[in-house]
Design a protein around this ligand. Structure first.
Ligand code: GLA
Length: 398
């Protein structure tokens, strides 16, 4: 398990203060809240969330840490290692197209929800690989959300926060994602998968099979959801539902689809989503029975459907899945998240998972020339915020 590397403590804060020139003292002393929001890995249920379907995911131990606080003066200053800082004193927030749109979007939607939040100073640090499809954007939104809640004492329920963060991404950043990423970052539980019903907006956590680990391998090929493919797939799913006269693809079955006579490409997109919903429902029983082999089979079927029906895989992701599923100790593998690049996730026997991951990356390098960074992990816990100098227990609503 890899832990986030940025956990400011009162001691490090005091050392920083002692060494800091006077001019920046008041900036540093404002950084009184620490928060963390994990990235997520989608386990099964690809592109089902915006079709009002069901998904299984897990939070990671990697994610985005932030230290900061709100202020009454109206100053907004956002910093992230290796990125251009954002600074503004204005009251109207506008997207700039940069990384700061994610925190600004959360500030924006919370202001619109009626909370008085004149200013925010925050410094972010990420342990998530960018563009790997592990939801660094949702982690940044949720980290900002829990920081704002803690700093301004905003009493949101976890699902309300997830929906506000999604709204920030939909309306401010301009990506029409579903609820999966934000929910996973908030509701994560160590050793558990997260089952999300996107219509009921309900969440349940289910233990992952004992003795199994997750292997995540980044293909090294950049994933950019702001590209048009995601929104194009979404539109085609809505079109398929409309043609079948159902409110959402959640309500369609394979029999209905086979009888509907849709154009081939629309039929294949819908078949993927309908199949994914079925696989998630099957997987619930399989997980509860602790059956890693059965779960792995569904993962590999899911990838095959992505490849053939949804066409959101890439040659690199296909190669990684092919290699992973031929390595001893791996139960199954699939692309994770939006697709069109990013990472695969595999379920593997914990006792040989490190060796399996080494074999996957070595063979991937030999076949494609790409360095596939691998991570062997267990599902991690959800987002938290705490007073930096406080002693209370960590917790989102603490
Ligand atoms: C991205 C989106 C999610 C979800 C997945 C695909 O991660 O942000 O909302 O649609 O793709 O399942």
């Amino acid at each position: 398990m890899i832990s986030p590397t940025f956990h400011p403590t009162s001691e490090t804060a005091l050392i920083k203060l002692a060494k800091t020139p006077r001019s920046v003292l008041c900036y540093l002393s404002a950084m009184d809240i620490s928060a963390f929001a994990p990235g997520r890995v989608e386990l099964l249920g690809n592109h089902t969330d915006y079709n009002e379907g069901v998904v299984l995911s897990a939070a990671l131990d990697l994610g985005i840490s932030v230290e900061g606080s709100v202020n009454q003066g109206g100053l907004i200053r956002l910093e992230s290692e290796g990125m251009t800082s954002f600074e503004s004193g204005g009251t109207e927030l506008a997207a700039t197209g940069g990384w700061s749109d994610y925190p600004l979007g959360v500030l924006h939607v919370l202001r619109h929800a009626g909370y008085s939040l004149p200013g925010l100073e925050a410094r972010y640090h990420s342990t998530l690989p960018l563009g790997a499809g592990l939801s660094s954007s949702a982690a940044m939104e949720v980290a900002t959300g829990v920081l704002l809640m803690k700093s301004a004492q905003i009493p949101l329920q976890p699902m309300e926060l997830a929906k506000l963060c999604r709204r920030a991404e939909n309306e401010f950043v301009g990506v029409n994602c579903g609820l999966l990423d934000q929910v996973s970052s908030i509701f994560g539980e160590s050793g558990h998968a997260i089952y999300l019903d996107c219509r009921a907006e309900s969440v349940e956590t289910v233990p992952c099979p004992p003795g199994a680990s997750l292997i995540i391998v980044n293909s090294g090929v950049k994933h950019a959801l702001t590209g048009g493919e995601y929104n194009e797939r979404r539109t085609m799913c809505f079109d398929a539902a409309r043609r079948m006269e159902v409110p959402a693809l959640r309500d369609a079955t394979m029999d209905m689809l086979n009888a509907a006579g849709l154009p081939d490409v629309v039929r294949r997109r819908a078949a993927h989503v309908i199949g994914e919903n079925d696989r998630v429902l099957q997987a619930l029983g399989i997980l509860r029975a602790g059956d890693a082999t059965g779960f792995g089979k569904l993962m590999t079927q899911s990838h095959e459907s992505s490849r053939q029906n949804f066409e959101n895989s890439t040659p690199e992701l296909d190669t990684l899945v092919e290699i992973a599923t031929s390595v001893p100790g791996v139960f199954g593998a699939r692309l994770t998240g939006g697709g069109f690049g990013g990472a695969i996730v595999a379920m593997a026997d914990s006792s040989t998972a490190e060796e399996s991951s080494r074999q996957i990356t070595t063979r991937y390098k030999a076949l494609t020339g790409h360095d596939g960074a691998a991570l062997v992990c267990q599902p991690g816990a959800g987002a938290w915020a705490a007073n930096k100098l406080g002693t209370g227990k960590k917790g989102m609503t603490e």
